[in-house]
Design a binder for this molecule. Sequence first.
Ligand code: LLP
Length: 463
Amino acid sequence: MSRSAHPAGPRHADVLPEGHYSAPPADLNRLDPKVWSRTVGRDERGRLTVGGLSVAELAEEFGTPAYFLDEDDFRTRCRAWADAFGSDADVFYAGKAFLSRAVVRWLKEEGLNLDVCSGGELSTALSAGMPAERIAFHGNNKSEDEIRRAVEAGVGRIVLDSFQEIVRVAHIAQSLGKRQRVQIRVTVGVEAHTHEFIATAHEDQKFGIALAGGQAAEAVRRALRLDGLELIGIHSHIGSQIFDMAGFEVSARRVVQLLAEVRDEHGIELPEIDLGGGLGIAYTSEDDPREPHHIAKALNEIVTRECEAAGLRTPRISVEPGRAIVGPTAFTLYEVGTVKPLEGLRTYVSVDGGMSDNIRTALYDAEYSVALVSRTSDAEPMLSRVVGKHCESGDIVVRDAFLPADIAPGDLIAVPATGAYCRSMASNYNHALRPPVVAVRDGEARVIVRRETEEDLLRLDVG
Ligand code: LLP
């Protein structure tokens, strides 16, 4: 396993052996609905269409590389999460996956709440009209300025991440004459990624306050003592790209145990628990994510059962899916620039973007799918590696992919499931211009985040 592999990558703990790649798919032209957004198909000329528009038209109008976001799919997923959890629970979309003002408006219209983790995300949310009480503010090192802005705006909750922050938020709220609703983020000693989880993970990470050693109980004690704070609950987030609900089960059990301890010590039942985000999506046809109603049912059952066992009223549950909402709704469209066959190895297909628009492959060994989308082809499958145009050999977009052997410069290829953590983690490496995000719906396409220009770069460079 690569030393750079990250928990969010599927190769964690050698789930897939080094050098693994799937056998070629039976039909290279087929667009697996598991990995493509809901309105994607092919037109009579074999070109991929999304929201009724073909990629040839889209590339012509918006250029490449570009992210195309299927607005219908995004809204449908929001509604599926909201419906699955119902009125007794709250769904907070995790803005770190991808945030823009259009997205904030869609969330607002579809009845979702929003988790932000920086001043920048907070101002995006507020400027697009998200009611402050529907915002949760996260982060392990929020600045005093960020805390003040959040309290002044009246955010629905601040998730406290350290002992210092308990005092800091209380002090700022009090100085503003307010009582801030807060949750305490605890680390439950569970670490979950993709297909496995570890129930006794070390607390060796920067987030939250450990349940172990009575730390979290002490945090509750301190928060309850401070006038500037209204402690409404406990928060736990156990990882990312998770398929197995067992990690949530252990986490919920440990959080409920803390609620019982709080009741025994202070005589109060904290009314809320937040189980975080982290639900997995399909990046390749081999991934099998769960539907929101399965997740909601499983989480509700776990919490209800644990609370009954502890003799507690069931608290209001909230969750924070980011990737599971936006991830599957977008693809990145690239134009092929060069095709370099390496005898006996594979063919390198270079595109006009790369690690600046998708760092996940380089950073986490993440796996993606890819398809030729400007036409269909009957050529043989060819083992390929889709690479970018950056000055770095690790600049890989799709490590192992089968593309038709007649792929050629000028063809358009698309990588699905790039809605989450691609634009939001994009960089200007090599002075690349970050691609636009174009929302497509009912035959109309609209730029929601425009492409950067060289003037944008030069404006920051004050000479
Ligand atoms: N809530 C909290 C407190 C989080 O820290 C996160 C993600 C989420 C919710 C949303 O998790 P999601 O449902 O999107 O998995 N850059 C990495 C993922 C980092 C996730 C950080 N926290 C990646 O590209 O895989």
